[in-house]
Design a binder for this molecule. Structure first.
Ligand code: NAD
Length: 381
């Protein structure tokens, strides 16, 4: 599962493999988006151009296991500081990644970051319920913002974040790393080019076993259970397959096998999304089983990604047979793409508005489940 991938399973990328990955990714996409990205990176790095400085805010599992290492492979940005509740941990990070210890900030005291030219981007990697507050602090310091998924605990918070970033004239993007993975880009291509006809029947599940008392099952910090944590990946894939936002949803919370532990959030949930033109997607997400796949079918064929959402080792099979798509360092590509958006003025493909759209779907799913599975319309922006 994404959040707890053991180090041995995490792909270890060398710089050479990364560059090869970029080239292969570009090849897999033809002369499309990845080709343009590779060309942009080439252009922007020529002559040792300055890299944008990233400050990671929140040094937990994802920052330590994935984003820090990924920032060693980026071409357009580098780790230049951290925001943490532990000065000792910050000092450790400064030694490990070679940035000055003065670039370690406390959550309560980010004031000094505003005038610090080392930091261009703050990457918010704290619990979901703190994303809005932390993104607002970053915007107030005049820094561009990447915010982890889910964007926040509510649509209202997402709207506040979008307004704050626009007001501060900084860019806002969401940590949707799969937007840059060739396996999911193949789903985009099939949706767009309709090799198999329109992808009208979709389904997917992302579940993992999570059994400890931690912020992920405390409503104020998590906003919900597995739907917020990982079900959101199925939602994202479905919106890509449909190339649209769903009109309505129906949902049902699964019976709890451990009601004492999951006393604030759902233990498992299943839902159906209705998109325009009769397109549907059934989704499931749970904290008491493991599953990681997505499938989309058209009248002339199908695509299945399995596993679909982890950091590496994704596989695509279609009705034409298995595909050999390259593994890429998803987080490095995601951060470099955001840096290139800042450098070139190109809009990010994973903007705050996308995070907000997904949050509107999640709110509708929870509303439907709370109202006995009633068909519930998804709020428009
Ligand atoms: P984690 O619990 O390992 O880390 C959370 C960090 O936030 C810790 O450093 C903790 O000290 C800090 N923190 C600050 N204030 C806190 C508070 N009041 N309570 C608890 N912790 C506090 O969590 P994580 O797995 O690193 O997840 C962090 C964020 O990243 C979440 O939003 C999660 O959804 C997201 N995430 C994304 C992916 C991905 O693949 N894109 C993977 C994992 C996590």
């Amino acid at each position: 599962m994404t959040d707890v991938l053991p180090p041995a399973m995490a792909p270890a990328y060398s710089r050479r493999r990364f560059v090869r990955g970029l080239a292969l990714g570009a090849a897999a996409l033809g002369a499309g988006a990845a080709g343009a990205l590779a060309a942009e990176l080439e252009e922007a790095t020529r002559g040792g151009e300055r890299k944008l400085g990233v400050a990671l805010m929140g040094l937990g599992m994802y920052a330590g296991g994935q984003l820090g290492p990924a920032l060693r492979l980026t071409k357009l940005c580098r780790l230049a500081g951290v925001v943490t509740g532990s000065r000792a941990k910050g000092a450790q990070w400064s030694r490990r990644y070679g940035f000055p210890e003065r670039n370690v900030w406390d959550y309560d005291d980010m004031g000094g970051m505003a005038g610090n030219p080392d930091i261009d981007i703050v990457y918010v990697v704290t619990p979901n319920g703190l994303h809005a507050e932390h993104a607002l602090m970053a915007a107030a310091a005049g820094k561009h913002v990447i915010c982890e998924k889910p964007m926040a605990n509510s649509v209202a918070e997402c709207d506040t974040m979008i307004r704050a970033c626009a007001g501060a004239k900084v860019l806002l993007s969401i940590g949707y790393r799969l937007r840059f993975d060739p396996h999911h880009l193949e789903l985009d291509r099939l949706a767009r080019e309709k090799d198999f006809g329109a992808l009208t029947r979709m389904s997917g599940e992302f579940s993992w076993t999570f059994g400890q008392r931690a912020w992920r099952i405390e409503r104020s910090l998590s906003g919900g259970g597995p739907l917020m944590d990982v079900g959101i990946y199925v939602i994202q894939a479905a919106c890509r397959g449909a190339m649209a936002q769903p009109l309505a949803v129906t949902a049902r919370e699964l019976p709890k096998t451990n009601p004492e532990l999951f006393n604030e959030v759902e233990e498992g949930i299943e839902w159906t999304m209705e998109f325009p033109a009769g397109v549907t997607c059934r989704g499931l997400s749970s904290y008491v089983r493991g599953a990681d796949w997505f499938r989309a079918e058209g009248d002339k064929g199908w695509i299945q990604i399995d596993p679909a959402y982890i950091y590496g080792g994704l596989r695509v099979v279609t009705s034409r047979g298995p595909m050999d798509l390259p593994a890429v360092p998803q987080q490095s590509l995601q951060m470099d793409d955001f840096a290139s958006c800042i450098l070139t003025g190109r809009p990010t493909p994973v903007p705050g508005s996308m995070g907000r759209d997904h949050m509107a779907i999640i709110e509708a799913i929870y509303r439907s489940a709370a109202e006995g599975g009633r068909r519930t319309e998804v709020r428009r922006a």
